[in-house]
Design a binder for this molecule. Sequence first.
Ligand code: PLP
Length: 402
Amino acid sequence: KSRFADVTLGPPIEVFALNKAFADDTFENKVSLGVGAYRTDKGQPWVLPVVREVEKILAADETLNKEYLPILGLDAFSSAATAMLLGKDSAALVENRAFGVQSLSGTGSLRVGAEFLARVLGSKYFYYSKPTWENHRLVFTNAGFEEGREYRYWSESTRGLDIEGFLEDLRKAPENSIIILHACAHNPTGCDPTQDQWKQIADVMQERKLFPFFDSAYQGFASGDLEKDSWAVRYFVSRGFELLCAQSFAKNFGLYNERVGNLTFVLNDTSYVPQVKSQVTLIVRGMYSNPPSHGARIVAYVLNNPKFYDQWKEHIRTMSSRIIEMRKALRDALERLSTPGDWSHITAQIGMFSYTGLNTAQSEHMIKKHHIYMLRSGRISMCGVTPSNVEYVAQAIHETIT
Ligand code: PLP
């Protein structure tokens, strides 16, 4: 008998199953609103021009070699990424009590951070928003946490944030629990706390001694403004919190498959830095030994060179504006069709995703009848909506609801 004979089939991963179903569909006007990747007005993937340019420079640079990077990655990358997150003048940086570790995109940074918290600090519970990015639970559980718990976040009835439920659940969390917070552009709801609500969240977390682990997958991509999209993280740092933050460069640099990420640590005293770094080094050494260099070199080159930095900022404005325009176009089209319900949430939400409010049966109907591929939760990726399909998408939603 094979040793593998009793292995059971695991559950499918919804977005990837959806992608495959989309690829297999032969219907001419099919629309893919599942996966979170930027698309141009023509529905095509986009390699940022500044990335292409820097790749040519790097390819021509014969001083670069293929030796291993240090275990904690390329310093020129992680320093620049940490400064981009916290702001160059951040007290934590000036006082040398913050540092970054290059890791494997957002997911890998979350995983390294989670392992550090579970194994080194002995953290037991992690809390994630209901709903959240579907991978948080798996990443933190595999990292060694005892238990994951939800905090209330989304209110179906208001199609907005349930701040009272959120705060109440935080108040009930045991001390030292890890609270996963989306830095901006909450996935999947597209609904972020206001600045005043962030202050209330910080108050409760400080009082209850809860530990923030920010997930920053969309800095600059959400609003087009790097400062605005990092406001919450910077605010927590200014309040004196110690925290972790996982940064992804998949969306804002379009470097999805290069796996470029940074894990920022903010401590309250510089004297703890060497010990913390040495423990992170052991975690990485035992997991993947050291990170890949290509994507990190690109990002480091751009962030450390004002001319390219400005060009990149132009690109993030292009991407975020296209998404914002498509939100307006979809809402307009639904209102023109007099589709029952209030569609203002489509433009109120921010970032790549919109929580449409369609239920599971309606979302499945969108796939089966209209060949519009979306998550069963009603989440759509706004990047998949284009000037040429927005009318079709709106009509499909209209037909589904009426
Ligand atoms: N966190 C959130 C909230 C996300 O939406 C994503 C990507 O969809 C990630 C983390 C991680 O992405 P990656 O590992 O590709 O950087």
